[in-house]
Design a protein around this ligand. Structure first.
Ligand SMILES: CC(C)(COP(=O)(O)OP(=O)(O)OC[C@H]1O[C@@H](n2cnc3c(N)ncnc32)[C@H](O)[C@@H]1OP(=O)(O)O)[C@@H](O)C(=O)NCCC(=O)NCCS
Length: 126
């Protein structure tokens, strides 16, 4: 991550902050997400939010990486992988043993660069 970027943990950005990323949660939806979050990490340039990732938790050994997003004008500068790696460290410190993620094939290189390895997994839309 480049020098002008600051990473903060659990700052609870508002729905308006996150809408600049095309992430359209309501305040009530975000409150629920934060209640189930083991940690979330945000990247800032000054006070401007430029990156976000959330880690949900089962309360035991399993943590789930969700919604990593970097503002389009700040991509490919190491912010996304920097956020994910720092969130993984915090999740480990807070008691998780396994970090899970699922993603589309074109992001394979991104997640490998964050330390993930392949496994068989499944997903189902409810
Ligand atoms: C995916 C995303 C978070 C990556 O953020 P980023 O800050 O651009 O990523 P980084 O600069 O840290 O990239 C780390 C590595 O992954 C690669 N990478 C990043 N985005 C990639 C993409 N879309 N396709 C292929 N490789 C990608 C980078 O080239 C880099 O490789 P290198 O280390 O060999 O140079 C960002 O593109 C994004 O917000 N996308 C839209 C939301 C999204 O799809 N999120 C994932 C949901 S599962």
């Amino acid at each position: 991550v480049t020098d002008d970027i600051t990473i903060r943990f659990d700052p609870k950005p508002t729905a308006a902050d996150l809408a600049t990323f095309d992430a359209h949660w309501t305040g009530a939806e975000l409150d629920r997400i934060y209640r189930h979050s083991l940690t979330h990490a945000c990247a800032y340039v000054g006070d401007t939010l430029v990156g976000y990732v959330n880690v949900a938790w089962d309360g035991g050994v399993h943590a789930f990486l969700l919604d990593p997003t970097v503002h389009p004008s700040h991509r490919r500068r190491g912010i996304g992988s920097g956020l994910v790696k720092r969130a993984i460290e915090i999740a480990r410190d807070r008691g998780a043993t396994w970090m899970h993620v699922d993603y589309e094939p074109q992001l394979d290189h991104f997640y490998k660069s964050c330390g993930f390895r392949d496994t068989a997994a499944g997903v189902l839309k409810l």
